[in-house]
Design a protein around this ligand. Structure first.
Ligand SMILES: Nc1ncnc2c1ncn2[C@@H]1O[C@H](COP(=O)(O)OP(=O)(O)O)[C@@H](O)[C@H]1O
Ligand SMILES: [Mg+2]
Length: 246
């Protein structure tokens, strides 16, 4: 296979059960180089579980996980992150009582050696995300929109090959959503990484994603471009018929 087209990440029949509940069922998912892939579906569809499976936070009940072509089924979250996959958490992942600079520094710990190099990385990351003016501020004191950016900055500071974001747009106003989407495109274009965007905000996903995977009750419902997804009868019936774009 052409190396540049090998998927960064692939799941084969990945399944996760919680007791009698099948949260994710037999899912095949592929994330390609330099794409922004949206993972959408109503509440409870299995988005976060999928996210936890591919980042190694949950072990699959069945199926396999390949990261950069290597079978990583059952590997720990740390082992997977060392291969270049970095994630945020749905309810934010930063230290409220630390400064923005120290928060971003956390993201450099595994990937960057030496204090000077880390400082440079923090400054570059802040610049890329428009956080430079806020570096000395305590993260917990920032407005919600900026706190979300701090979570992304921590993840991005590791310069991942795959940046995985769990509902990064929740609670943002329209301007903040537009800014965050533009920033994701900028990061992708500048660093050639892929982005997995788990989102509830349909309009935003349609705007920024190259491809979209739709989950419904833990099952794969459809994969396609935004235009294909918008026109897909099954998606419209299961999801788009309702208003989820608040
Ligand atoms: N740790 C867990 N223990 C038990 N059930 C869980 C756990 N995580 C998720 N679930 C269940 O799995 C289903 C999918 O949840 P989730 O992946 O969080 O969906 P989404 O992120 O799409 O809203 C839900 O029914 C949820 O209650
Ligand atoms: Mg979720």
């Amino acid at each position: 296979m052409d190396q540049s087209q090998q998927p960064l990440l692939a799941t084969r029949g990945i399944t996760r059960r919680f007791g009698g509940l099948v949260a994710v069922s037999n899912l095949d998912l592929e994330i390609r180089p330099k794409e922004i892939l949206g993972l959408i579906g109503p509440n409870g569809a299995g988005k976060s579980t999928t996210f936890n499976l591919i980042s190694g936070f949950y072990k699959p009940s069945a199926g396999e996980l390949f990261v950069f072509g290597e079978n990583c089924t059952g590997r720990s979250a740390l082992e997977i992150s060392r291969r270049g996959l970095v994630r945020t958490f749905q309810h934010g992942s930063f230290m409220r009582t630390m400064t923005v600079a120290d928060n971003i520094l956390l993201g450099t710990i595994h990937g960057v050696k030496g204090r000077a190099a880390r400082r440079v990385r923090v400054a570059e990351t802040a610049e890329m995300l428009g956080l430079t003016p806020y570096l000395p501020e305590q993260a917990g004191n920032l407005p919600h929109g900026l706190q979300r950016l701090v979570s992304i900055a921590i993840a991005f500071a590791a310069r991942p090959r795959l940046l995985c974001l769990d509902e990064p747009l929740t609670g943002l106003n329209q301007t903040e959503v537009a800014n965050t989407l533009a920033m994701l495109e900028r990061i992708r274009d500048a660093f050639g990484c892929s982005v997995l965007l788990v989102e509830h905000n349909m309009k935003a996903v349609m705007r920024v994603c190259d491809r979209i995977v739709v989950l419904h009750h833990g099952q794969h419902l459809a994969t396609g471009t935004p235009a294909e997804i918008r026109a897909d009868r099954r998606v419209i019936d299961a999801y788009l018929g309702h208003r989820h774009d608040h």
